[in-house]
Write a protein that binds this ligand. Structure first.
Ligand SMILES: *[C@@H]1O[C@H](CO)[C@@H](O)[C@H](O)[C@H]1NC(C)=O
Length: 194
């Protein structure tokens, strides 16, 4: 169902199925890997209203690794690139896949979960590839700048001189938009493209 690709290596399409909804790829020599692509092969789609959470685990029993959430793939977004070079070994063991790797072999896990559940989870921030990172940072700054700028014109109703022909927008409406946009951006930096 899934494939896993590191530039310069063979594509892996034989994931080990460790439970009905969990799959694992081994990633030898992960120290030399910067980016990782996980994708749907296209032969079998995700069941309705589900997608795949992509996890990474480096280090094992000896290295004290833990599963870290990289991001998601779904039928609407059937492939994704992740940066793993900046990830530090976690400390919670390799659950929920209940498999341990040796310390030079990392593991990539795909867990099939409901889209609702996926939307509530936040990937480790360093897993986003850097162009998306700076793009997201810029967008956040821009949102903040617009919010700050418009806020500087804020008046309470008591401070206003009545002007029946002027139209006002409540500052709370701008703040609400700001928070919504920010949340959608965190969930998927490319949401505006769809
Ligand atoms: C917006 O205002 C906050 C609080 O005054 C400030 O910390 C932040 O740097 C400002 N952001 C921008 C982009 O101007």
């Amino acid at each position: 169902m899934f494939g896993c690709l590191v530039a310069g290596r063979l594509v892996q399409t034989e994931a080990q199925q460790v439970s009905p909804d969990k799959f694992i790829f081994s990633l030898p020599d992960y120290d030399s890997v910067n980016h990782l692509v996980v994708f749907l092969l296209g032969t079998v789609p995700f069941p309705m209203n589900t997608g795949g959470a992509v996890y990474f685990c480096c280090g094992g029993v000896d290295g004290g690794g833990g599963w870290q959430l990289l991001g998601f793939i779904s039928n609407d977004k059937p492939s994704a690139i992740f940066r793993i070079s900046g990830l530090k070994p976690g400390n919670s063991g390799c659950n929920p896949f209940s498999m341990m790797g040796s310390s030079s072999v990392a593991q990539v896990g795909v867990s099939i979960e409901s889209l609702d559940l996926l939307a509530q989870q936040t990937p480790v921030s360093s897993s986003a590839v850097s162009t998306l990172d700076s793009f997201t940072q810029f967008t956040q700054k821009m949102l903040e700048s617009l919010f700050n700028f418009t806020s500087s014109f804020a008046l309470s109703q008591a401070q206003m001189s009545p002007n029946p022909s002027e139209i006002y927008v409540p500052a709370s409406a701008i703040h609400k938009w700001y928070e919504n946009f920010q949340r959608r951006l965190m969930q998927n930096p490319n949401f505006w493209k769809t």
